[in-house]
Design a protein around this ligand. Structure first.
Ligand code: FMN
Length: 349
């Protein structure tokens, strides 16, 4: 299927595997790229050195285009952008809107810039600043998320901007891809569906929790870091939601002490990271600490397999996914289903 997305980034299929912290590493990204879709490395949870080796690893495993997701507000965003340019990475993806200067620098070097947005006005803003395309994530999507469902947000954004729009939040099959194309999108981006593949390095015990989840086991909470965050409902989440201000501050400090050791961050860096997230938002001090810890909470689950201690970010689609195909099987299946759906619709009188 030839769409504005496949033409823009040079992939065979209009499917994107999004940048998920601790999940979207070289193995998943290269498997996605070799399957003909766009894989995006998650770099916000990597050190600069790790990002350099991860880009090299993907390059070793595939000749197909791939992307890197980064935080525009990271202190070393400039260094990361240079790694992307020097490493010949095709796509730069951003969780928060990048500045016009950053977009211009990447575009001048031939890198395609695709920010993720959760609201029409953000899509309009990055389009005006020169972004090549946008990923628009509806509220059913995993991780930090908004309130507006994909079925409402997507047509709103498609009507508002002239650049290609990639739909995210709630996609897992070929019917969804065709529905997104019908709304005017140029493709779909999926997080949870790619997490649940045999190529994803997430520990089996964690994958099993996702597979067992029903749609009602996926919740949105502000208790972890003060921002609406979609994840599996666990005892940890319930505990954070129940605990009062004083208890949650104590909890946050205790957790921060443990994670500070693990991450090698100083207390100062930890608080600075939390404050960057707090910027412009009403977060309590315990939430500031927890916000800084969010990547480590995610790591506990996604790397260490601790379903009791970790945060398992998830889209609602976890409730309808019950298998672990390889990326190649998944992409082939989705494209086949999309073609069958298209034929079925063409036959409608
Ligand atoms: C485990 C997990 C980790 C995520 N980490 C990030 C991240 O580091 N940066 C980011 O921009 N989005 C992150 N997201 C959001 C995804 O990139 C994507 O937008 C979302 O999963 C799409 O919704 P879906 O899960 O319904 O496919 C994460 C999502 C999940 C499920």
């Amino acid at each position: 299927m030839d769409t504005a997305l496949t033409r823009l980034v040079g992939v065979r299929h209009p499917i994107v595997q999004t940048g998920m912290g601790w999940v979207a590493g070289p193995r998943l990204v290269s498997a996605t790229a070799n399957a003909g879709a766009l894989g995006i490395l998650a770099s916000a949870t990597m050190t600069l050195d790790r990002l350099r080796t991860a880009i090299a690893e993907v390059r070793c495993r595939t000749e197909a285009p791939f992307g890197v997701n980064l935080r525009a507000d990271a202190a070393d965003a400039g260094d990361r952008v240079r790694l992307i340019i020097d490493g010949g990475v095709r796509v730069a993806s951003f969780a928060l809107a990048p500045s016009p200067e950053l977009i211009a620098e990447l575009k001048a070097a031939g890198v395609v810039v695709i920010p993720s947005v959760g609201a029409r006005r953000h899509a309009e803003k990055v389009a005006a600043w020169g972004a090549d395309a946008v990923i628009v994530q509806g509220g059913e999507g995993g991780g930090h998320t908004g309130e507006v469902a994909t079925s409402v947000l997507l047509p709103q954004v498609v009507d508002a901007v002239r650049i290609p729009v990639v739909a995210a939040g709630g996609f897992f099959d070929g019917r969804g891809l065709l529905a997104a194309l019908a709304y005017g999108a140029a493709g779909v981006a999926m997080g949870t569906r790619f997490l649940l593949t045999s190529d994803s390095t997430v520990p089996d015990a964690v994958k099993a929790r996702y597979l067992a989840a029903t749609v009602r086991d996926v919740t949105v909470t502000r208790a972890v870091d003060g921002l609406p965050h979609r994840m599996l409902r666990t005892d940890l989440v319930a505990g954070l939601e129940r605990s009062g201000r004083a208890r949650s501050l104590l909890h946050a400090i205790r957790r921060a002490a443990g994670f500070r050791k693990l991450s090698g961050l100083t207390w100062r860096q930890l608080v600075q990271d939390g404050l960057a997230l707090r910027h412009g938002r009403e977060l309590s001090w315990s939430q500031v600490l927890l916000a800084a810890n969010t990547p480590m909470l995610l790591r506990s689950a996604m790397v260490d397999g601790r379903t009791d201690l970790g945060v398992m970010a998830s889209g609602q689609v976890a409730g309808v996914i019950d298998d672990l195909p390889s990326c190649a099987e998944l992409v082939d299946r989705i494209m086949k289903e999309a073609e069958e759906t298209r034929d079925r619709l063409m036959a409608l009188k």
